[in-house]
Design a protein around this ligand. Structure first.
Ligand SMILES: [Zn+2]
Length: 233
C-alpha cells in the first residue's frame, strides 16, 4: 500500500563517503597513504558542487590532507590550522621558489587553492596570512591530462595534478640531495593513476566529454599553478 507509484524515479544510491552516485564512487580509486608533508586545500565555495573537482580525490587519497571551504576565513582560523607548521603556498609569484628547492617534511603544510584564477585571487586577497607565506611553484613545464574539463592551456593543472607534481618533484629532489629521503617518490604516481581512472570512469559514462570537447569562453581555469597565468598574489 505504501509502495512507490510506478512513475516515480528511485533516487540513485549515493556513496556517503564521497557523495557521488555509487556507480561513480571515487573512494576505491586510490588506496589512502600519507604524504611526506601535510596538504591543506582551501576550496572556494563555488567548487563545492562541481562534479569534476579533484580536491575530493586528494582528500580521500592523502591521510594527512584536509580541506577548508570558504572565501574569507574567520580571524585566527587559518593560523590555528597552521599552528606549529612550516607553511607554504603553492601559487605562482615572482618570488616563488621552485618546489624542488625547499625541504618539506611532516612538520610542513603546503596550502593549495581549489578554484578558478579569479576565485583563487580573491581568497589570497581576503586572507592576509596567505600573502605572508613563502610561495612555491613549478619551473619545469608540466602538462595536464584533464580531458573532461578542458583547461585553457595544457600547462594548467587540476588540483590533484598540482599536488601530485609538487610532492613528487620535492621528494625526487630530496632523494638526489643529501637530505633524508622523505619517501619513495614513486608513491605519488598513485595520485596520477587514480586521477586517470576517474577520467576514464567519466568518459565511459559521458564519452562526448573526450577529445572533441571545445573550449568555451569562461571555461574554468581550474586550480592552475602555472607561472603562465596572469593571476598573481
Ligand atoms: Zn565513494
Amino acid at each position: 500500500m505504501f509502495a512507490s507509484a510506478p512513475h516515480q524515479v528511485e533516487p540513485r544510491p549515493t556513496c556517503f563517503s564521497c557523495f557521488r552516485p555509487q556507480t561513480h564512487c571515487i573512494c576505491w580509486l586510490i588506496t589512502p597513504f600519507a604524504a611526506h608533508c601535510n596538504i591543506l586545500i582551501l576550496q572556494h565555495p563555488h567548487e563545492r558542487k562541481k562534479y569534476y573537482s579533484t580536491a575530493k580525490l586528494v582528500v580521500k587519497a592523502l591521510t594527512n590532507s584536509r580541506l577548508m571551504r570558504g572565501l574569507e576565513f574567520e580571524p585566527g582560523e587559518l593560523e590555528k590550522a597552521l599552528l606549529g607548521q612550516k607553511a607554504f603556498m603553492l601559487f605562482p609569484s615572482a618570488l616563488a621558489q621552485d618546489c624542488e628547492e625547499v625541504a618539506l617534511d611532516s612538520d610542513s603544510t603546503v596550502i593549495v587553492i581549489d578554484g578558478t584564477w579569479s576565485e583563487a585571487g580573491k581568497i589570497v586577497t581576503r586572507n592576509p596570512i596567505l600573502r605572508s607565506l613563502p610561495y612555491l611553484t613549478f619551473r619545469q613545464t608540466l602538462r595536464s591530462n584533464y580531458r573532461i574539463r578542458k583547461q585553457p592551456k595544457d600547462s594548467y593543472l587540476s588540483t590533484i595534478e598540482s599536488i601530485g607534481h609538487m610532492l613528487k618533484i620535492n621528494a625526487l629532489a630530496a632523494a638526489r640531495g643529501t637530505e633524508r629521503i622523505p619517501c619513495d617518490p614513486a608513491i605519488y604516481d598513485r595520485l596520477f593513476e587514480g586521477f586517470d581512472q576517474m577520467i576514464e570512469q567519466q568518459l565511459r559514462y559521458f564519452p562526448r566529454m573526450g577529445g572533441n570537447y571545445r573550449k568555451r569562453p569562461g571555461t574554468k581555469v581550474s586550480n592552475a599553478t602555472s607561472l603562465t597565468s596572469d593571476a598573481k598574489p
